[in-house]
Every structure is written in structure tokens, then in C-alpha cells.
Design a protein around this ligand. Structure first.
Ligand SMILES: *Cc1c(COP(=O)(O)O)cnc(C)c1O
Length: 377
């Protein structure tokens, strides 16, 4: 079996249509039918298998060479069927259409996913519940538990196996948003997930220059259904973004391992030195959790995004502009480190919370930067 970095570079070789070493940008929206009329398959006869074959292209909302290459690449890496979208939120919408639950059980999660659920609730199509013991008592067959782990913005983990058991005991489903810890850091299927989503905008893309999303499922039939649904949701990845995402995936393992290692060291520095910095109140990260499930869920490194709380909202507001190597911006997963006073983009976030996305810079520089910024508060 080839290793992860080999698959990232070669996993889509089999569906390349050209001799170009680099997958070309295909800007076309439409593709010529065959010159041979005996090869025509009419729209009322074509099967989903035929419509999404790697050599059958009609219109780029359905599929295009680079959307197919991305899906092939993900399947080679994950060993499971994957479907690509034009963002993480579109992937979550597709997940909701696919599972079609009457009730969703979720708590803390990315505000955009909650907003997507709110749209369905507004039309009376989805009831929302929490994930407390009391809430889970009411689970019924066909319901959905949606867990984000590690969770935004804190960067701490939930016990996936526990929620999988609760869901499956009642015939409900578990979906996991694994954006904060994509493979090889975490494989939610190992802990009972039925469907996994990622905002590929973050670590897979890794350069803060494209929006994309991925759903990973258990069998080919589900994938064909998702691909068919995607035609009508109108959410296939764009041509240029698909090209950029392939380019990004070539170096993905190199980046994620460095980002994960950097975050663990930076978190350790901050938590070891809590008493040294007057304004630093607490640090939250999976690496600081002591429950045994955390290490099992993240066997190959911890999530590169974490959060800190300062002693006041004013201190939190002031810190980003004192840092040299952390841009003050929302989002995460890029090669450049970011910090965000989370109150600027998330109405539910505590006002003294800062979210940090660790990039690939030399970790000693990142640590020294925090040291000087916190010493000058
Ligand atoms: C960013 C993000 C999303 C949304 O993804 P987009 O690509 O911005 O649509 C969903 N979940 C998590 C955990 C995220 O960080």
C-alpha cells in the first residue's frame, strides 16, 4: 500500500485525460458529445453510474474533469466514496438533504452550519434539539446527531463513540464535522460516524484562497445519490477552485503534520507559562484534555486550531495587533498563522476568547511572538 503523501501526489493519475504532469485548469462549462451517434445515451436512459463516469462530461454543474479528479484523490486516500462541493456549508446542506432528518440534535458547532439548519427550521422542516442527556432521551429512528470534533472555536474534542452508540441504539444517524482534524489526524468512521463532512477551505486547501467542501460516505450508492442531488443543489466545486484544490492536496500531509506539531508546542508553551502572563486566563486544546478517548480519536497528532481566554474583553481585543506572525483574520487551516478576536465574527463567542490557527512557520518564531505580545499587555 502506498503511503499518504504518495497517494496525494498520484491518487488521481488513473483519471488524468492528458499527458500534462499538472492537472490543467478546465474553464469550459460544456463538453462536446461524441462524434459517433451510436454512443449517445439519452437523458431518460442514462444511469447515475454512467452520468458520473470519469470520461463522461456534459455540463460542469454535473461534473468536470477536476471535480472527478478530486473525488478520485479522496477515495484513494480515505478508501471511502467522497463527493466534493463548493464549500463546507454547501456540503452540510447536502448532508441534511441526504439524511433528511425531522430532528437534529446538536450543540456547539460552526455558526454557518447552525444557520443552514435554521433555514430548514424556518420552513418547518427541521426541529432542533441539544445533546444533553435529557435531550438524547428523546432520540427516535431517523433523527440526526451532528457533532463537530474538535469543536469550533475552542478546539476541544467530543467522544464520538459515545454519540455513535446513542444514535445507533435508537436507529438515528451520527454525522461528524471533522474540519478541525482531517485525516490522518482523525477518522470519525472508526468511532461510528455514518457520514463525515469537511470544509476543504481549511486544511485541505491550506492557502486561504478557495472555498470547497467534502462529504465522505460508506458506500457507492450513497455517493451516486449525493452526486445526483448536487446537480439540483447546484453546488459542484467551480473549475478554478478545483484546480487549486488539487494543487493544494499535493502537499497536504507535509502541511498538516507541521501545523499539528506547531500547535501542540505553542499550546504547551502557553499552558506551561499561564502564571507568567498576567492577562492569560486559560488555554483550550485537545492536547490538554485528559479523557482517554481524546488520544484514541487523535492518534496521529492534535488539531492545529485552539483557543485562549484572556482576563478581559479589552485584553483580548488588544492582543492580535501586538503579534507579528499571526494575521488578525477569521478562518483557519492556511499555511499562515491567524488569530481572531472571535467576537468579531461569532455572536455566541465569549468576548475574552481568541481563536488561533497555527500555520507552518518555524515554531520557535511563533512562540517568541506570543511571548513578546503577552509580556507587553
Ligand atoms: C469553515 C467551516 C465550515 C464552513 O465551511 P465553508 O467552506 O466556509 O463553507 C464548517 N465547519 C467548520 C468546522 C468550519 O471551520
Amino acid at each position: 500500500m502506498p503511503g499518504l503523501q504518495t497517494k496525494l501526489v498520484h491518487g488521481d493519475d488513473s483519471v488524468s485525460r492528458v499527458s500534462d504532469v499538472v492537472a490543467p485548469i478546465n474553464v469550459t462549462t460544456t463538453f462536446k458529445y461524441s462524434d459517433d451517434p451510436s454512443k449517445y445515451i439519452t437523458a431518460d436512459e442514462i444511469t447515475a453510474e454512467q452520468a458520473f463516469l470519469p470520461d463522461y462530461y456534459v455540463y460542469s454543474r454535473v461534473s468536470h474533469p477536476n471535480s472527478i479528479r478530486i473525488e478520485e484523490l479522496f477515495e484513494s486516500i480515505l478508501g471511502r466514496p467522497a463527493v466534493v462541493y463548493n464549500g463546507g456549508v454547501p456540503a452540510f446542506n447536502a448532508l441534511l438533504y441526504h439524511i433528511h432528518p425531522k430532528r437534529i440534535f446538536f450543540d456547539q458547532c460552526y455558526h454557518g452550519c447552525r444557520g443552514a439548519a435554521d433555514l430548514l427550521t424556518r420552513f418547518g422542516a427541521l426541529e432542533q434539539h441539544g445533546i444533553s442527556e435529557e435531550d438524547l432521551e428523546n432520540l427516535q429512528a431517523g433523527d440526526l446527531i451532528h457533532i463537530e470534533s474538535p469543536v469550533n472555536p475552542e478546539g476541544t474534542s467530543f467522544d464520538l463513540a459515545y454519540y455513535a452508540k446513542r444514535a445507533h441504539d435508537k436507529g438515528a444517524f451520527l454525522s461528524v464535522d471533522s474540519t478541525f482534524a482531517p485525516f490522518p489526524l482523525q477518522d470519525p468512521f472508526e468511532f461510528g460516524a455514518d457520514i463525515v463532512m469537511h470544509s476543504a477551505t481549511k486544511y485541505f486547501a491550506g492557502h486561504s484562497d478557495l472555498l470547497a467542501g467534502i462529504l465522505v460516505v460508506k458506500d457507492q450508492k450513497q455517493k451516486l445519490q449525493l452526486l445526483t442531488d448536487r446537480i439540483y443543489l447546484g453546488t459542484n466545486i467551480g473549475n478554478l477552485e478545483a484546480y487549486l484544490l488539487i494543487r493544494s492536496l499535493r502537499t497536504y500531509e507535509l502541511r498538516i503534520r507541521q501545523q499539528s506539531a506547531n500547535a501542540e508546542k505553542l499550546v504547551k508553551f502557553l499552558s506551561d507559562n499561564l502564571s507568567r502572563f498576567d492577562t492569560l486566563e486559560s488555554v483550550s486544546h485537545s492536547s490538554l484534555q485528559t479523557e482517554p478517548f481524546v488520544k484514541r480519536q487523535l492518534p496521529n497528532g492534535y488539531n492545529p486550531t485552539f483557543s485562549i481566554k484572556l482576563t478581559s474583553a479589552d485584553a483580548a481585543k488588544a492582543l492580535p495587533s501586538k503579534l507579528k506572525y499571526f494575521h488578525h483574520a477569521t478562518s483557519l487551516g492556511g499555511v499562515e498563522s491567524l488569530i481572531e478576536w472571535r467576537a468579531l465574527s461569532d455572536s455566541k463567542a465569549p468576548k475574552n476568547l481568541l481563536r488561533i490557527s497555527t500555520g507552518v512557520e518555524t515554531v520557535e518564531d511563533l512562540i517568541a511572538d506570543f511571548e513578546q505580545a503577552l509580556s507587553n499587555q
